[in-house]
Design a protein around this ligand. Structure first.
Ligand code: B4P
Length: 191
């Protein structure tokens, strides 16, 4: 049995926060493409050197680089029982790649959690967090990129009947309770 959950939403909507909590309670890994990319940047790998200026500009790292990184991560044995995808997919081609990668192991996306947060709150949260790519200018660009390239995923997953929209503008515990309930309500993949 395998459980595969996608966390989807604008930058700062709490994908990482909620995926970490769910990972603890389900005992399956949180796979954050942002964290994987930042690890590459800090160890100065070839991928990290290419990704660093892109991330600092607020743009998306090219699909093929991120997808190859994800493919490698999914080969690790802890992902056999499933994974919580935090920040992937972010484009329609990435969504197709995720379906293909999962189907190689007879798996599929079981549910997509969409965290809905007003833009003003996103800006406040990100500026308070203060990561290297959390400057006012970069945040504005990341929100623009989200609208243009990532938000169309909502319609895709809605049509597939997989999207669960959750109000992410509340206390973290309240959101977690609703995320847990939504995931528990979904049957898991057979393999
Ligand atoms: P990510 O690392 O995925 O960053 P994010 O979208 O900004 O964060 P998230 O939504 O997880 O917010 P968090 O829980 O941390 O991406 C960074 C960059 O990497 C991208 O811009 C891109 O360049 C690159 N990248 C990553 N994946 C890629 C892909 N698939 N393809 C191409 N490029 C990719 O929460 C934010 C803050 O809010 C935290 O401080 C948190 O404490 C706070 N918070 C959370 N929930 C809250 C709540 N309910 N109330 C109040 N505050 C809350």
């Amino acid at each position: 049995m395998s459980r595969n959950v996608v966390f989807f939403g604008p930058p700062g909507s709490g994908k990482g926060t909620q995926a970490a909590r769910l990972a603890m309670s389900l005992g399956i890994p949180q796979i954050s493409t942002g964290d994987l990319l930042r690890a590459h940047v800090s160890r100065g790998s070839e991928l990290g050197r290419r990704a660093k200026p892109i991330m600092e500009s607020g743009a998306l790292v090219p699909d093929e680089l991120v997808t190859e990184m994800l493919r490698e991560r999914l080969r690790e044995p802890d992902a056999d029982a499933g994974a919580l995808f935090d920040g992937y997919p972010r484009t329609l081609p990435q969504a197709s790649s995720l379906d293909a990668l999962l189907s190689e192991g007879g798996r599929r996306v079981d549910v997509v959690i969409f965290l809905d947060v007003p833009e003003e709150e996103l800006v406040t949260r990100l500026l308070a967090r203060g990561r290297a790519d959390d400057t006012r200018e970069t945040v504005k660009e990341r929100l623009r990129v989200y609208e243009a390239q990532t938000s169309p995923l909502a319609q895709r997953y809605q049509q597939l009947g997989l999207l669960v929209k959750i109000d992410g503008f509340r206390a973290i515990d309240e959101i977690s309770d609703e995320v847990h309930a939504a995931v528990a309500a979904v049957p898991v993949s057979p393999s």
